[in-house]
Design a protein around this ligand. Sequence first.
Ligand code: HAM
Length: 433
Amino acid sequence: MALLIKRPNGTEDVTPKNIAKWHTVEHVVKEVASCYGFKEIRIPTFENTELFQRSVGETTDVVQKEMYSVIAKETKFTLRPEGTAGTIRAMLQNGMLNDAMPQKAYYILSCFRHERPQAGRLREFHQFGLEMAGSAKPSADADIISLAYEIIKTLGIKNTELKINSIGCPECRAEYHKALKGFFENRKSDLCETCLSRLDKNPMRILDCKSPVCSEIAKDAPVILDFLCEECSEHFNKLKGYLDNLGIIYTVDPTIVRGLDYYTKTVFEFVTTDIGAQGTICGGGRYDGLIQELGGHPTPALGFAMGLERLILTMENQGIEFDTEDSCTLYIAPMDEAAVPEAMKLAHTLRKDGFWVEYDTVGRSLKSQMKYSDKIKAKFTMVFGENEINSKIAKLKNMKTGEELEIKLDDDFSSKFLDITVDGMFSGILSDL
Ligand code: HAM
């Protein structure tokens, strides 16, 4: 077969065969987030482009190079490259920030960035993320870092390093910008074109440029930790104390500046070496100026996001078991076309009672129906023909033990079937027949 149209480069399909991996991760992130008081928020896949320009920042790689934007009816829209901007916009638009603080929300969503695809780096990828608005205290930073840590631990992921840094507030950053400008000014001739344009507007963005030459130059650049004001230093020291208090091991990495403009003070990443170059499985931090930037009252906020593909890839590479999905409870095999309507009715009744029941809908012979029921790992099978329909008695076969049992197809059938499938045995109901 020559496939006429393939999926776009940098996107992935998740087939039913692989969905258990996603369900395993989604289940854990939701469970852990709810223990910390987070509830789900759902936001649009696209937003007005201006939202990302104002929040993620005009001089970031994401806004300058990676956004998928369209002009529709003279309005510019962008497929969300991340979840923070839309979540904060939604919190503001829905009056959530007028309620008791902190406001907390988590999301699982697709994001779109036009990056060069490679292992762990996609153009459509999925994030689990969360945002907390209304606390300026470093205990809130510790709370969300411990949440991310707990998720990673619950998933069974090993070999990750938590890296933290503080990138200060606008005041201490002004001094830092001056120092950075001086540093890069002397190496101007080697910088890429994008970074040259960043030199005046936002020299910190040169630090996360993906060009090999710029990143080599950036290695010797001054670090923000040397420029923190008293308040930012104290915030960072308290956070470190809280993490020590929780027994969460971290390293201070002054090179972490994150690629998005809204961050202030704390930034952090969880990084693994088990999935190649794109090893950051979680990134986040504080963004105390964003809510005001988007038109709200000054409100401190913070959050993080994890790449679901990267979490799954790490788990696969580390040989971590995923939850196994349930299999079909009963496969009904009609002996011929005439038995199909009754088989269909029986399946319908059992399905209404919550059982996973299948019957032949493709016209297989009895022999290949039995092969198929084996393939889908049906726990029980029932051959169904004229005799069964007339006598209202059929044979139920336990596919694991080979044991067979005659069972009445009366009104009580569903509850008897429940007893059988819960126990996985036939004992106890023989006497009912
Ligand atoms: P980010 O670091 O850009 O932060 O993305 C968060 C995570 O998404 C990354 O750590 C990575 O696991 C995953 N990720 C990013 N880009 C890709 C890609 N192209 N392919 C696959 N996975 C990717 C944010 O998006 C912030 N909104 C996080 C945040 C929430 N900060 C505060 N609140």
